[in-house]
Design a protein around this ligand. Structure first.
Ligand code: AMP
Ligand code: TRP
Length: 331
């Protein structure tokens, strides 16, 4: 029997992924690609909804592709491609925009969050219609399952609404997707500010472990993580966010449940604990970093691989686009 179709993507909007992306996205996707027909995209059309430098964008797309592969996405099994290489994304987004209510789009909280600082007047229309492009991504591939963090859940709900509306108005065309929301322990927090999500846009670099940091730097960041003064190594998100975050990180690195780690560290101090966490993270990430650098040393090969996968993706996407256009009376 065919595996269920799965779709997810990340923006090439930083020079490297961080530990939160690794645990919250790559590790999950790596597992899911085994028993799903998976498509993973590098959503560069989403990345240009905020100002970008062309050369930097090009580099960031390659780096993200290399990090996907180094982190375990198998480009022969899953389809790993760049969104802008497949023209159908922008085309379907236009069609879907015509059935999206202005009020409906205005209720998307991410747009409100992203414009909270600079104001909506300064934001691009592309940033406003971003969720419609995301809906096009998902619907083009008839994805049944969309693994995302909870901040993207509203966009997947919008995708479902648009697909249902389209099908009702124009006849059965799209598969209705379901979000698959990240488990609590897979959400990683800032090492210096453990109540805040680890995020590429944080001000303090010491709180973020970048996958391209060298091993010594990674170990140092973890050993300097903010904890608390109570001294007990146990998970308690409310009163011990720093220790809980380190336990979640160690659990993700080793596959050991948090409860077993608590038992293992019973009576130990934070120094020993942090050293073990640092060692485990370095053991996991050092080979990923090395493989990434190797892949980046041969950009022509990386580009060839992305082009081949874009052809695979376009075959699926073009067929869906033709179906949607036909249903709407455009072809
Ligand atoms: P972003 O870096 O916000 O573009 O997110 C890219 C992917 O990484 C999404 O699937 C997020 O859910 C995931 N992600 C981002 N930050 C974290 C974090 N701190 N912990 C776990 N997953 C994260
Ligand atoms: N908007 C998503 C994010 O910022 C990235 C994304 C774009 C995506 N298209 C998608 C995720 C389709 C899942 C499915 O994380």
């Amino acid at each position: 029997m065919a595996h269920p179709r799965l779709y997810s993507g990340m923006q090439p909007s930083s020079g490297s992924l961080h530990l939160g992306n690794y645990i919250g996205a790559l590790q999950q996707w790596r597992g899911l690609q085994q028993d799903h027909d998976a498509f993973f995209s590098i959503v560069d059309l989403h990345a240009i909804t905020v100002p970008q430098a062309p050369d930097v964008l090009r580099e960031q797309v390659r780096t993200l592709a290399a990090q996907y592969i180094a982190g375990g996405i198998d480009p022969d099994r899953a389809c790993l491609y760049v969104q802008s290489h497949v023209a159908a994304h922008a085309q379907l987004a236009w069609l879907l925009g015509t059935i999206t209510g202005f009020g409906e789009a205005s209720r998307m909280t991410q747009f409100k969050d992203k414009t909270a600082r600079g104001g909506q007047e300064a934001a691009s229309v592309g940033l406003f219609t971003y969720p419609i492009l995301m809906a096009a991504d998902i619907l083009l591939y008839d994805a049944e399952i969309v693994p995302v963090g909870d901040d993207q859940k509203q966009h997947v709900e919008l995708t479902r609404d648009l697909a249902e509306r389209f099908n009702k108005r124009f006849g059965p065309t799209f598969t209705i997707p379901k979000p698959r929301i990240l488990a609590d322990g897979a959400r990683i927090y800032d090492l210096q500010d453990p109540k805040a999500k680890m995020s590429k846009s944080a001000d303090n670099d010491k709180g973020i472990v970048w996958l391209l940091d060298d091993p010594a730097k990674t170990a140092k960041k973890i050993r300097s993580a903010v904890t608390d003064t109570d001294g007990a190594i146990r998970a308690d998100k409310e009163s011990k966010p720093g220790v809980t975050n380190l336990l979640d990180i160690l659990s993700a690195m080793t596959g050991t449940p948090v409860a077993d780690l608590e038992a293992h560290f019973d009576g130990q101090g934070y120094g020993v604990f942090k050293t073990e966490v640092a060692d485990a993270v370095v053991a996991e990430l050092a080979p990923v970093r090395e493989r990434t650098l190797e892949l980046l040393a041969d950009p022509a090969e990386l580009d060839r691989l992305l082009a081949a996968n874009a052809d695979r993706a376009a075959e699926v996407a073009d067929a869906t686009l033709a179906r949607a256009m036909g249903a709407m009376g455009l072809r």
